[in-house]
Design a binder for this molecule. Structure first.
Ligand SMILES: Cc1cc2nc3c(=O)[nH]c(=O)nc-3n(C[C@H](O)[C@H](O)[C@H](O)COP(=O)(O)OP(=O)(O)OC[C@H]3O[C@@H](n4cnc5c(N)ncnc54)[C@H](O)[C@@H]3O)c2cc1C
Ligand code: SF4
Length: 486
């Protein structure tokens, strides 16, 4: 156990963020660099090393949290990093971006603030990179088997790293021009700087994983050819089809899916564009959708110099405390103030958009909304509550409906879909097609990075068993596991 009295003597402290006025002028991560290390060992010391560590169950990866808390408390950073990597290929991603269901499940959280597990995680991995502890781990021998991974988001990368280390020859195919999936082109720089992806890719290349960008499977290479060329295939193509809002005026200029808007801002940061063709500068911006994608649009619009930013959500505002049907240790739906919300803008709940209006050039100028309420479990509009707000840029961030089928990927492989339209798989992540596996959002539906990594690791074990008859790779999670978490 870290510090037997830590949870009694030390209060919870988290990473400091930079002043709003400073950070909206740049795209760097919002945190004060170096602010965590001086406090983190004491924070890790708050861990009680519980007999039944509910944090394990809260984490889809089954992270060995009390073990690395203990090492972090003792400042044995190398041992902490080894324990962290035992269950997670990319803790620098989850340590920055995860909503931390482990913290919702932490036993300390029953009657006082939970251990700051996510901040301990990111401190361990940042320290490990700085001190050269993260090195390539190439396999000792090659199996002679080949695997293609389709998609380079966290699920594809985790599967690829596990399978490469198990001795298989792995090629990752990505239709975009850079590796990383939504980590690269969805999540803005201010939430995670892309240098973190780049150095992992370098490590993976040194281990032997090969990457092919700007190749879309189904279009540039068909499924039959891929199956002939590889012994097994992992589909980690994400759930990238955005949910639309088919109301009058949807066709106006300036109404965009979030995933048309956000990647362009990231491309400016990558140096591909000098300015983005879709900018919030000087405009009244309305973001439709109250989730993480919406928050990323809000933060991006602030940095582009929006005149105002309004975020609309159809559901009622969640409470700040757990309610009776979301008791500890479940992951509750709470009112969240993200770094983007701290930076300004207005959030409006329980409203639905009825239509957009534009000028004579076809550019959106305003959005009409109406208040809604739940009656007998059904969402109903409240008569007389219509109003109009200015809107010169609208982003639709209302979730995703599934894997892209327009490129023929699903049809060419002959893949079965489940009742939610995701690619169906069994308990080993195998699809209905022999040797073809699926991991991450493609099989689960739009979810979280931590689930994508967990599924990529588990699918890798399924593939390894398919290729060799047995596997020493871990499988943290089955597709049907929902655990205590999101
Ligand atoms: C804006 C935004 C912000 C988010 N923020 C967070 C967050 O803060 N925390 C969090 O935990 N989760 C967040 N998420 C969710 C998280 O990013 C996803 O759950 C996760 O990235 C899924 O990983 P994946 O590997 O399954 O798919 P993806 O990351 O979607 O990667 C799939 C990849 O496959 C490629 N691809 C698709 N089809 C083909 C094909 N036919 N051939 C070749 N390549 C193909 C795509 O181009 C893409 O690069 C966010 C999502 C969005 C959209
Ligand atoms: S539940 Fe909380 S206090 Fe208990 S072992 Fe996990 S992190 Fe430590």
């Amino acid at each position: 156990m870290a510090d037997p009295k830590g949870f009694l003597t030390t209060g919870r402290e988290v990473a400091q963020t930079r002043p709003v006025g400073e950070r909206v002028k740049d795209w760097n991560e919002v945190y004060v660099p170096g602010s965590l290390l001086p406090i983190i060992s004491k924070q890790a010391g708050r861990c009680m090393d519980c007999g039944i560590p509910f944090c394990h169950n809260g984490c889809p990866l089954g992270n060995l949290i009390p073990e690395w808390n203990d090492y972090a408390y003792r400042e044995d950073w190398s041992a902490a990093s080894e324990r962290l990597h035992a269950t997670n290929n990319f803790p620098e991603f989850t340590g920055r971006l995860c909503p931390a269901p482990c913290e919702s499940a932490c036993v300390l959280g029953i009657n006082q603030p939970a251990v700051t597990i996510k901040n301990v995680e990111v401190s361990i991995i940042d320290k490990a990179w700085d001190s050269g502890d993260v090195t390539p781990q190439p396999p000792e021998r090659l199996s002679g088997k080949t695997v293609a991974v389709i998609g380079s988001g966290p699920a594809g990368l985790a599967a690829a790293q596990q399978l490469t280390r198990a001795g298989h020859t792995v090629v990752v195919y990505e239709r975009a021009d850079r590796i990383g999936g939504l980590l690269r082109y969805g999540i803005p720089e201010f939430k995670m700087e892309k240098s973190h992806i780049n150095r992992r890719i370098q490590q993976m290349r040194a281990e032997g994983t090969k990457f092919r960008t700007e190749i879309e499977i189904g279009t540039d290479i068909d499924a039959a050819k891929l199956r002939r060329r590889y012994d097994s295939i992992v589909i980690a193509a994400g759930a990238t089809v955005s949910r639309d809002l088919p109301v009058p005026g949807r066709e106006l200029n300036g109404v965009h899916f979030a995933m048309e808007y956000l990647p362009l801002a990231n491309k400016v940061q990558e140096g591909d564009l000098t300015v983005t063709p879709i900018t919030a500068e000087g405009k009244h911006v309305v973001v439709i959708g109250g989730g993480d994608t919406g928050a990323d649009c809000v933060g991006t619009a602030h940095r582009q110099g929006a005149a105002s930013v309004t975020q609309l959500e159809i559901m009622p505002q969640p409470g700040e405390d757990r309610n009776a049907n979301q008791p500890w240790p479940t992951f509750p739906m709470l009112y969240k103030v993200t770094s983007a919300h701290e930076e300004g803008g207005e959030r409006v709940y329980s409203v639905s958009t009825t239509h957009f209006e534009g000028d004579e050039d076809g550019n959106v100028q305003s959005l009409h909304l109406i208040e809604v309420e739940f009656k007998d479990g059904k969402l109903e509009q409240k008569a007389g509550t219509e109003r109009v707000i200015p809107a010169q840029l609208v982003t639709l961030a209302m979730g995703f409906t599934g894997t892209d089928q327009a490129n023929g990927l699903v049809q060419q492989f002959g893949l079965g879909l489940d009742e939610r339209g995701n690619i169906a798989r069994d308990e080993d992540y195998a699809t209905n097609v022999d040797g073809v596996y699926v991991a991450g959002d493609a099989g689960r539906g739009q979810s979280l990075i931590v689930w994508a990594i967990a599924e990529g690791r588990s699918a890798a074990r399924g593939v390894d068993r398919f290729l060799t008859g047995a596997s020493a790779l871990p499988a943290p999670i089955r597709p049907t596991d929902r655990s205590l978490t999101v």
